[in-house]
Design a binder for this molecule. Structure first.
Ligand code: UD1
Length: 485
């Protein structure tokens, strides 16, 4: 596409009714003018006009369509009535795919981490009980250990934002990529969207800057394509992308059974679920709607549905989304390009919808000063990766144990905080060790009396831990402060 000249950009904003973006243009230095023009050029004005019509002007943008909603079916764990032989086969098929080098890891790390109140990329937050390893270090070591186990190199894609890209890259450089090869790790930035006011006007954060923010983790699909990451994977014969969030150190990044279910199901997008811990838990809900799999966010599912129970007294909408997926490479490419709809569906185009969120957005007042509002004064637009599910052929959902895969760090205190995550790691380590006769004292919740740590190089899941433990001679003794590595 030919680059537009400054006057063309300004004219296009004017004809779209967005000339306020250039209200202070004449006051800016030439460099600042150039920076503002560059931001403006990132914006798809037609897209903004459409979002204004669909999500701001029309009522229908306000409510999510809940008609014909049913809970989604999923593959139950053997201990909950699932088919043990099928799970064993899935694990074998997943291991084969890993040994064949078909798998890459992918972290979405472009979020702003506002709730945690931590200044810096969230992946640089320390989480482990003894060594205080950061989230990024835990993931790096798990990826290295899994690669070693399967005799392959597992590339790691990391999506950052404009805000944290440079800090993320330099963190990895400063720590020598935690032992991974530099060529194994690929960083790329996600896209941005401008905030608009309640009339759909693009907002200025200051005289020379548009209020831009990340376009949501759903933006990862476009960004994977645009950054050349899909080609990078294709060149290496990789077609399976193991997707996870930056906030969850418990995750089995490389899970053979999950990969195997995905492969055996000829699925384009597979997901893990845990039964919700309680009716109002703040997770998405796996549902079906007119033959398609969808995730309905906690904020969109009415309380009566969140609390509804079946004849056995169990929550009907039990299957919570923990934001762990496996994606097929060419499925991502198709969605990023907005390809043809699947045969037999009623979808117009295969691109992810945007969601609106009302936010307090610092913006310039009539005198050009930036002010922080006390009430929501504008709208941000975000895409969610789980909105890709309705577009996927043969989506598979499998159950996982929370203790094996999910303990995110989201809040400074209370649920999903550094303290709960630390305890969950300790419970996991103690469970692995006690399964092999370590004899650690634990309380009713499984929390050990001693603080210790298992490095991913020793064990990053039950199976790898078991192998290291069996091979160890003498067996390790575990005391307060022990690190098994
Ligand atoms: C998310 C899910 C929820 C799920 C829960 C599990 C949404 C809307 N909800 O909630 O269904 O049950 O996680 O933990 O996603 N990110 C980006 N770019 C962005 C925005 C986010 O990369 O523009 C990344 C973050 O860095 C993080 C992840 O996406 O890794 C999750 O973002 P967050 O906003 O914390 O999601 P939650 O509301 O906690």
């Amino acid at each position: 596409m030919a680059q537009s000249s400054p006057s063309e950009i300004i004219a296009s904003f004017k004809s779209a009714g967005q000339e306020q973006v250039f209200a202070y243009f004449e006051e800016l230095s030439p460099d600042a003018q150039e920076a503002l023009l560059a931001e403006a050029a990132e914006i798809d004005l037609e897209e903004i006009a459409r979002l204004k019509r669909e999500l701001i002007d029309s009522d229908h943008g306000a409510a999510v369509d809940l008609t014909d909603l049913e809970p989604a079916a999923y593959e139950k764990l053997p201990e909950n009535g699932g088919n043990g032989a099928a799970w064993a086969e899935a694990a074998e098929v997943g291991e084969e795919a890993l040994r064949a080098g078909r798998v890459a890891a992918f972290t979405v790390a472009g979020g702003q981490g506002t709730r945690l109140g931590y200044d810096g990329p969230k992946g640089t937050f320390p989480v482990t009980p003894v060594k205080q390893k950061t989230l990024f270090q835990v993931f790096a070591e798990k990826i290295a250990a899994a690669g070693k186990r399967y005799g392959t190199t597992i590339p790691w894609l990391i999506m950052t934002s404009h805000q944290n890209h440079a800090a993320t890259e330099s963190f990895f450089r400063d720590h020598a990529f935690f032992g991974l090869a530099e060529s194994q790790v690929k960083f790329f930035r996600q896209g941005r969207m401008p905030a608009v006011d309640l009339d759909g006007k693009i907002m200025l954060e200051s005289k020379g800057h548009i209020a831009m923010s990340p376009d949501g983790h759903g933006g990862s699909l476009r960004a994977l394509a645009r950054s050349g990451s899909l080609d990078f994977l294709a060149e290496q014969g990789i077609d399976i992308i193991s997707y996870f969030q930056v906030d969850n150190p418990l995750i089995r990044i490389i899970d053979p059974a999950f990969i195997g279910w995905h492969v055996l199901g000829q699925s384009e997008m597979s997901s893990k679920t845990v039964p919700k811990a309680y009716a109002g838990e703040k997770v998405g809900h796996f549902c079906t709607q007119r033959g398609q799999t969808v995730v309905v966010e906690y904020s969109d599912l009415p309380t009566e549905l969140q609390e509804e129970t079946d004849d056995a007294g169990e929550l009907r909408y039990l299957a919570g989304s923990i934001a762990i997926h496996v994606l097929d490479r060419e499925f991502v490419r198709r969605l990023a390009q907005g390809g043809e709809p699947l045969v037999g569906t009623v979808q117009a185009a295969q691109s992810l919808p945007f969601h609106r969120a009302n936010k307090k957005i610092p913006t310039v007042d009539a005198s050009g000063e930036t002010v922080k509002p006390s009430e929501p004064n504008g709208v941000k637009f975000e895409m969610f990766v789980f909105d890709a599910l309705p577009f996927a052929k043969n989506p598979v959902i499998i159950e996982t144990r929370r203790a094996d895969d999910f303990s995110p760090v989201k809040n400074a205190e209370g649920v999903d905080s550094p303290a709960t995550c630390r305890d969950d790691q300790l419970r996991q380590f103690a469970r692995w060790a006690n399964a092999h006769g370590a004899g650690l004292a634990v309380d009713d919740s499984g929390l050990p009396a001693v603080g210790f740590e298992v490095a991913p190089s020793f064990g990053y899941d039950e199976a790898s831990f078991a192998d290291s433990w069996e091979a160890a001679d003498p067996k390790p003794t575990i005391a307060d402060g022990t690190v098994l590595e």
